[in-house]
Design a protein around this ligand. Structure first.
Ligand code: PEP
Length: 248
């Protein structure tokens, strides 16, 4: 039985005051929930403060990126050891915005994945095809290639989490249908250990979360926009907890 995970990706949003209000509301909303794990992945400058606020709570936290290098002359970069030093648990790796806007390659994502595991943290590896690739019938080829690059470099996949995030569904309001998402998850599942958690990401909202999470191979979600609104994020976490009970 895989415990579902709902992870928020705040991207480049927030400020100290809005972060505090958001975390307080989320903590209150998830207080009584069992059978689900949740986390927020926040911008670097806020990690220390968020770590302090979330100590001894059931909300974990993570980063959105890191350097594949251990240390050295890499101006502007943040290493895995730096994140680990103050208790980081999750790191998003290979998000489509990193791949598309910052030229991150499959090989770089694989090296970052290794850096996260090397410090005993949990990578959330993002895979996904563009609309063009989907329409050309290349979805499995693309996500298979992205996953293979990581598996090649990382024989030990550890407790890593994989997030299938079709690029055409991220921040667009256009969600994959539960069946479309399940089809890709089933494809990925065959290549992973049975206990690996497979999240879906791409315009998950509190109104469509239940149908997605009901799918056999969907173990929660990576949530962008809706993770910035406490009631929406809480609704999604509740949907994941209910789905897990029904799958039991
Ligand atoms: C994401 O950023 O990983 C994401 C899934 O964003 P959104 O939920 O806004 O589509």
């Amino acid at each position: 039985m895989r415990i579902p995970l709902v992870a928020g990706n705040w991207k480049m949003h927030g400020n100290r005051a809005s972060n505090r209000a958001l975390l307080d509301a989320i903590l209150a909303g998830i207080a009584g929930l069992e059978g689900v794990e949740c986390a927020v992945c926040v911008p670097f400058p806020y990690l220390g403060e968020v770590a302090g606020r979330l100590a001894d709570t059931k909300l974990a936290w993570g980063a959105q990126n890191l350097s594949e290098h251990a240390q050295g002359a890499h101006t502007g970069e943040v290493s895995a050891a730096m994140l680990k030093e103050f208790g980081c648990r999750y790191v998003i790796v290979g998000h489509s915005e990193r791949r598309q806007l910052y030229g991150e390659t499959d090989a770089a994502a694989a090296a970052k994945f290794a850096a996260v595991l090397g410090q005993g943290m949990t990578p959330i590896l993002c895979l996904g095809e563009t609309l063009h690739e989907r329409e050309a019938g290349r979805t499995e080829e693309v996500v298979g290639r992205q996953l293979e690059a990581v598996l090649l470099l990382n024989r030990n996949f550890g407790n890593a989490v994989v997030a299938y995030e079709p690029v055409w569904a991220i921040g667009t309001g256009r969600t994959a249908t539960p069946e479309q998402a399940q089809e890709v998850h089933a494809f990925l599942r065959k290549r992973l250990a049975p206990g690996t958690r497979l999240l879906y990401g791409g315009s998950v909202k509190k109104d469509n979360a239940a149908a997605l999470f009901a799918m056999r191979d969907i173990d929660g979600g990576l949530i962008g926009g809706a993770s910035l609104v406490a009631a929406d994020f809480i609704g999604i976490v509740q949907a994941a907890a209910r789905a897990a009970q029904q799958k039991d």
